[in-house]
Design a protein around this ligand. Structure first.
Ligand SMILES: NC(=O)c1ccc[n+]([C@@H]2O[C@H](COP(=O)([O-])OP(=O)(O)OC[C@H]3O[C@@H](n4cnc5c(N)ncnc54)[C@H](O)[C@@H]3O)[C@@H](O)[C@H]2O)c1
Length: 252
């Protein structure tokens, strides 16, 4: 589900695994679906079906798992629907759009006794596993402080204009569980990350990876306190900033 970028890489990798068949591709962008189907057709023996609506794909009794690489606002709702349909779930990070949805996912997996695996990869990377083992074996003594960061000179996303929905897009299904917004020309694809309405910012885009490593190395669970500050300093564009005292306006 969702194969524009990350989902294309995931499905190509799944198609390469022994005893694994990618049976259906679901995307609300017809161009992304077609590109992915052609790619998978070149990797595995069978050609995947094209089913834009993942809820219909879940009716397939022969399908074992749903792989979710749609935008963040879809993660938990799609994972919950898949669990209810008796499927296992491989879910891209972040597992949800907000912490409460993450707790719902834990409850749902306990209820349906399926596997809901969030993909942030590093827990299975051999070099990282061995480094963490070294830390746990005392290589640097007792770790009590960790710092992580991510840098990227991302270009401006500009100021979006309301525009007709492109013919290749089912915008209603793209919005899915999110409150309705008029289509704007600088959100799809990828830039939705920088709007609270659908995304979770860089904190949960790349921050998820680093926070997970730090929690693992420090052997800690949940935070007691979180402080956040920052701003949008270089560009005046639609990217939703944070700054001290900033209260996210979820209607924006
Ligand atoms: N683990 C990693 O290293 C990693 C790397 C990249 C992205 N990701 C995650 O993968 C997700 C997707 O990221 P991306 O960069 O590919 O985003 P993207 O915007 O490029 O692609 C999202 C795709 O989902 C499709 N989509 C939206 N609603 C859908 C629906 N209801 N049904 C089917 N398809 C739908 C869109 O049409 C689009 O093709 C994000 O949550 C991101 O955090 C993880």
């Amino acid at each position: 589900m969702g194969v524009n970028s990350r989902g294309l890489a995931l499905s190509s990798n799944f198609a390469l695994q022994p005893n694994c068949e990618v049976v259906t591709i679901c995307d609300v962008d017809t161009r992304a679906a077609e590109k992915c189907i052609t790619t998978i057709d070149g990797i595995q023996k069978s050609k995947p079906k094209n089913q834009p609506d993942f809820r219909k794909a879940l009716e397939d009794k022969d399908m074992d798992a749903l792989v979710i690489a749609a935008p963040d606002h879809w993660h938990a709702p799609a994972a919950i629907l898949a669990s209810k349909a008796g499927k296992h779930v491989y879910l891209e990070k972040p597992c949800s759009h907000n912490p409460h949805e993450g707790e719902l996912l834990v409850a749902v997996a306990a209820k349906y006794k399926n596997v809901v695996q969030m993909g942030n990869q590093r827990r299975s990377w051999p070099n990282v596993k061995s480094a963490i083992q070294d830390i746990k074996d005392g290589a640097i003594g007792r770790p009590y402080f960790a710092k992580g960061w991510y840098t990227n000179n991302r270009a401006t996303i500009g100021i979006g204009k309301t525009a007709p929905v492109p013919t290749w897009l089912n915008y209603d299904l793209w919005q899915g569980p999110a409150p309705r917004r008029a289509y704007k020309d600088n959100v799809i694809h990828y830039n939705w990350h920088w709007f609270w309405h659908w995304g979770t910012g860089e904190a949960l885009n790349n921050g998820t990876h680093m926070l997970d490593l730090m929690r693992w190395g420090l052997d800690v669970t949940y935070p007691n306190k979180v402080t956040s500050l920052g701003g949008r300093y270089r560009y005046k564009d639609d990217w939703k900033p944070r700054y001290p005292g900033y209260q996210p306006d979820l209607s924006q």
